[in-house]
Design a protein around this ligand. Structure first.
Ligand code: G16
Ligand code: MG
Length: 219
């Protein structure tokens, strides 16, 4: 029986990828590092510190840990400032409708995001009230593809993984859901989330009706 839903934030509820891109690009330009959209794609769903390491590896750069933390903080300051412009108009199409529907049908709902800024993003969207539990980058230490953030969310909801569906847009996010034995819905292209139990190209197609008809025996 499905009793709960766990949502990734970036790429599922709202698209902050562009804001992350701008902030990493600004830092990279200052550092004379190469950074483009293809590399930005590799950062989808992974933590801030893992992200800067991917960028440094790509540029063949190695720095001491304190400097890496300082640079990641610099990027974060740029990113957080850009969140001030986010409004309730910035849900991905279909996301608010699905959250509203799930609440009205009495499902438990949690957030399972890698971001340490998830609370700020939810506040800007006016989305805090949709969630019984908020699991974010501060809740666990091992990030996706480890299942920890989703296990944290389901445990706080008082549910077992087999009673929850995880929504994710990142390859490593689906890996994490599967590692935790959750049911999974992938949002995005086949090459990224084709390994999810079911996949929709966008959140707009991911209505409760569609989800129920795919997981028929579980409702
Ligand atoms: C999001 C983004 C990632 C980002 C991560 C950490 O994860 O997809 O690109 O690196 O958060 O963000 P922050 O620097 O704000 O802590 P998710 O899990 O919400 O997709
Ligand atoms: Mg995501």
């Amino acid at each position: 029986m499905i009793k709960g839903f766990i949502f990734d934030l970036d790429g599922v509820i709202t698209d902050t990828a562009e804001l992350h891109y701008d902030a990493w690009k600004k830092l990279s330009d200052e550092m004379n590092w190469k950074f483009d959209r293809e590399l930005n794609e590799k950062l989808r769903g992974i933590s801030r510190m893992d992200s800067i390491k991917v960028i440094m590896d790509h540029n063949g750069v190695s720095l001491d840990e304190a400097t890496v933390v300082e640079l990641a903080t610099k990027k974060n300051d740029i990113y957080v400032e850009s969140l001030d412009d986010m409004t309730p108009d910035d849900y991905l199409p279909g996301a608010r409708e699905l959250l509203t529907h799930l609440r009205s049908e009495g499902f438990s709902v949690a957030l399972g995001s890698a971001s340490k800024n998830a609370n700020k993003v939810l506040k800007q969207l006016n989305a805090v009230h949709f969630f019984d539990v908020i699991g974010d980058g501060n809740s666990v230490s091992k990030s996706k593809p480890a299942p920890d953030i989703f296990l944290y969310a389901s445990e706080k909801l008082g549910l077992r993984p087999e009673n929850c569906i995880v929504f994710e847009d990142a390859e490593k996010g689906i890996d994490a859901a599967k590692a935790g034995k959750f049911h999974s819905v992938g949002i995005g292209p086949e090459e990224r989330v084709g390994h999810a139990d079911i996949r929709f190209e966008t959140m707009k197609q991911a209505t409760l009706f569609e989800v129920k008809s795919h997981f028929k025996e579980l409702f």
